[in-house]
Design a protein around this ligand. Structure first.
Ligand code: ADP
Ligand code: MG
Length: 340
């Protein structure tokens, strides 16, 4: 592959190159890349802002992470934070600190992923910053979303007897990471062995190229439902459910037998010699939505064509528990499953 050095283009050349590939579509985008600041506007809606960083060596390992996926993931994990407020993101800003081990073509790959995500989710790239780094790749994204006051779901508004639901299934992102790490160390021991990941495709995909659950927000909209509480699962079901529980000052009871788990989550957990519940309860980076809605609203939903699973309910008493398949009830604390 051709390699163009970063200093051949320079900072402004890079920005120009990025800008040439993006086009703005939202009415709320008044001014995009080019001036000292971008401008957005909103008539009646509230403005939601969030940002997230990805750091080489902390959040990703370039030996098994394609740059295009990294760009995609950076955007998606940020969008997820706006969807989890039951609102829609319109704009992003991207900050990049990049060392000269990267070429212009490498930056192109990152932005290709960013562009895919912007196209998939209808997002305008309206700015950012580009600077050099002495220690690996640092990327951050800021996302701006919009929503009416009554449409927003918070962490602290769960109500007693609300049904707790989760989108998708749990555990695969974490197992995907373990597989990638295992294959990396096998490769380092014996570079002749090229890893064969085909058996783990769905797990690895969920880790490297997650999606944000815009479809769930569309679904709520079609039913005119605003979840009483919602969060996206970035740290693991236990931890994120405890966030809602703490913020809303309620206990909960969830049921192991109700947890949405795919077959490969069981089989690969067995292969890796770990408890599948560790992956399901504590596995991070799922970017699924965890939310609660009142029983009558839940009953009005048609769940045929959407992967939403009820897993339990919030309670007035402050006990936070999971009921195991054998009927035994165990406390779920911040250390998660380890206590049972
Ligand atoms: P300043 O020096 O005033 O901060 P810059 O030269 O850094 O301005 O940025 C010029 C324009 O390019 C701004 O609109 C900024 O938001 C945008 N920009 C800079 N870096 C990036 C990037 N990595 N991705 C998207 N937009 C960027
Ligand atoms: Mg700048």
């Amino acid at each position: 592959m051709k390699r163009t050095e970063i200093n051949e283009l320079g900072e402004f050349g890079i920005i120009k190159r990025i800008n040439s590939k993006f086009e703005n579509v939202h009415k709320s985008t008044v001014l995009g890349i080019g001036d000292d600041a971008a401008i957005t506007s909103s008539d009646k809606e509230l403005i939601l802002i969030s940002s997230d960083m990805l750091i080489e060596g902390v959040h990703f390992d370039l030996s098994y992470t394609p740059l295009i996926h990294l760009g995609y993931k950076l955007v998606v994990i940020n969008l997820s934070d706006i969807f989890s407020m039951n609102c829609y993101p319109n704009q992003i800003l991207i900050n990049l600190a990049i060392s000269n081990k990267f070429s212009i073509e490498a930056i192109d790959e990152i932005y290709k992923g960013i562009k895919y995500a912007c196209d998939d989710y209808n997002i305008d790239l309206i700015g950012g910053d580009t600077t050099s780094s002495m220690s690996g790749l640092v990327m951050s994204c800021t996302v701006i979303g919009y929503g009416h006051k009554k449409q927003i779901s918070y962490r602290d508004k769960a109500k007693v007897d609300d049904i707790i639901c989760v989108s998708g299934d749990l555990g695969r992102a974490f197992l995907g990471l373990l597989i990638l790490q295992r294959e990396k160390s096998k490769y380092l021991d014996e570079p002749k062995n090229q890893p064969d990941l085909s058996k783990y495709k769905k797990l690895v995909e969920k880790q490297l190229r997650p999606e944000a659950r815009k479809d769930i927000i569309d679904y709520f909209k079609s039913y005119k439902i605003v979840p009483n509480s919602m969060i996206d699962i970035s740290d693991g079901l236990s931890s994120d459910l405890l966030h809602i529980s703490n913020s809303s000052d309620l206990g909960f009871k969830i049921f192991e037998e109700k947890l949405p788990i795919e077959l490969d989550t069981y089989s690969v957990s067995r292969e890796l010699n770990i408890d599948y519940l560790e992956a399901v309860l504590n596995g991070g980076e799922e970017y699924e939505l965890l939310f609660s809605i009142p029983v009558d609203k839940f009953d009005s939903l048609n769940l045929d064509n959407i992967d939403i699973t009820p897993i339990g309910h919030f309670t007035k008493n402050k006990k936070r528990s999971i009921v195991q398949k054998n009927g035994k009830e165990i406390e779920l604390n911040s250390k998660g499953w380890k206590h049972f």
